[in-house]
Design a protein around this ligand. Sequence first.
Ligand code: ZN
Length: 152
Amino acid sequence: MTQLPSPAFDGLYGDLILQHFRNPRNRRLVEDAQVEVEEFNPFCGDRVKLQIKLDAEGRVCELSALSEGCSIIQASASMMSDYLKGKSLDEIEVLAERFRQMMRGNSEDSADGLGDLEAFEVVRQYPVRIKCALLPWTALEEGVQECRTKAS
Ligand code: ZN
């Protein structure tokens, strides 16, 4: 289910999104991950699998983000994964909420501090794709919940 971007598509979404789509990060499987979650969106065949490993202080030390489907989910999973190393579960939840608010178009300042992730704001112009951009974050939020359940 791989869709290659057309030249017109190149212009629609920014360079950052395309870079991540073409060279996705953190795709190597983590051998002893504490948590593994999967999400699926049948609408465009998007699928994402996240693995998270926390260190003794409860910060992400290793992770993988495997995705397939449209270019948006692949870029989103890749870019998201770049932001997670060294972060605590609380910090991840804040980041995920900010990203969600940005994608919903709520409040201008929610995008502040999102860095490269702000590139996804353009996807809001294509409402059916918003779900694609959010799917990895849904998986991430589930992963965080699972990490907490396991730690308690
Ligand atoms: Zn999609």
